[in-house]
Design a protein around this ligand. Sequence first.
Ligand SMILES: Cc1cc2nc3c(=O)[nH]c(=O)nc-3n(C[C@H](O)[C@H](O)[C@H](O)COP(=O)(O)OP(=O)(O)OC[C@H]3O[C@@H](n4cnc5c(N)ncnc54)[C@H](O)[C@@H]3O)c2cc1C
Length: 322
Amino acid sequence: MQHFSIVIIGGGPIGLACGIEAQKAGLDYVIFEKGSLVNSLYHYPVNMTFFSTSERLEIGGVPFVSNNPKPVRNEALEYYRRVTGSFNLNIRLFEPVEQVSRTVDLFEVVTSKGTCTADHIIIATGFYDIPYLLNVPGEELPKVTHYYKDPHFYAFQDVIVVGAMNSGVDAALETWRKGARVTMVVRGPEIGTRVKYWVRPDIENRIKEGSITAYFNASVREIREDEVDIDTPEEMITLKNDFVIAATGYQPNLQFLKQIGVMLSDDAVKCPVLDPDTHESSVKGIYLAGVICGGMNTHRLFIENSREHAVKIINAISRKRS
Ligand SMILES: Cc1cc2nc3c(=O)[nH]c(=O)nc-3n(C[C@H](O)[C@H](O)[C@H](O)COP(=O)(O)OP(=O)(O)OC[C@H]3O[C@@H](n4cnc5c(N)ncnc54)[C@H](O)[C@@H]3O)c2cc1C
């Protein structure tokens, strides 16, 4: 059975950063990624613009050159692919880790393709795998998506966008610009306060001029083939509908952490319990990196403030070995 000093779970920007630091420290490692390289970023909407500037998305000290003040998804895919290639990182794509268990002095890691052992595990699995559901009848219909991709698909259709954070606002504006008739259903009283500052006036003006209809303090009650029922503060209304884009956010797979014994905080945030200096979890030898460290608070950590986890973890592992 193959043995590694470090198994890194997740080939997102932070998993890659951990691989780079491990390589620099001369430690043998492997990164398992369940999908494509930087799988979460690959699944972002095709026209997505980052809220971070390019230098804040850099890993391994490699400059990220972009022609735009804020880079777009395709540039980020290109950047992380070039970084992976030029470091020749040891990454196995389309190979999900299914189970991690402890033997006497090692970890046994079961993936979809086999089993290996490791002295240390780094979990960098992000938060993009599990969408928050609306939990209403009809959500399972094929016309409902939690992963909006491309506006062209919605041209000249009746589209409901649920949510008014960055993803919802981008989806509403893009699909409207391709000729969709867009209605936003927003749980709160206004467009999300964290919406990108250069996008916010655009959506507010489209709503004000009546190009996009928005119902605030509202929620979806039921989705049917051709209609959707919406509860507004005044009354329940029924709208003709072709597609629903549920931009209701995502949550990390905390069940995976629990299964391998990582303790979470008792409060609603369910933050993994970590040593802040080393990022070692409550299970000795298991470290956490990237946005997963924020638990259910998915707005606290980004690439720019979690890439440092890689250095902390690899320093801690190197110290242990010396
Ligand atoms: C629409 C959108 C826009 C965003 N814009 C920005 C931005 O501008 N700036 C910013 O810093 N952040 C942004 N974020 C947040 C961003 O997604 C994260 O900061 C970044 O992806 C975190 O990197 P990560 O490596 O921690 O997690 P991820 O990029 O999510 O990587 C985790 C990886 O783990 C893999 N994985 C999960 N489970 C397993 C398993 N069992 N086995 C193997 N692999 C597994 C996943 O497939 C994924 O590739 C945005 C998020 C969204 C949704």
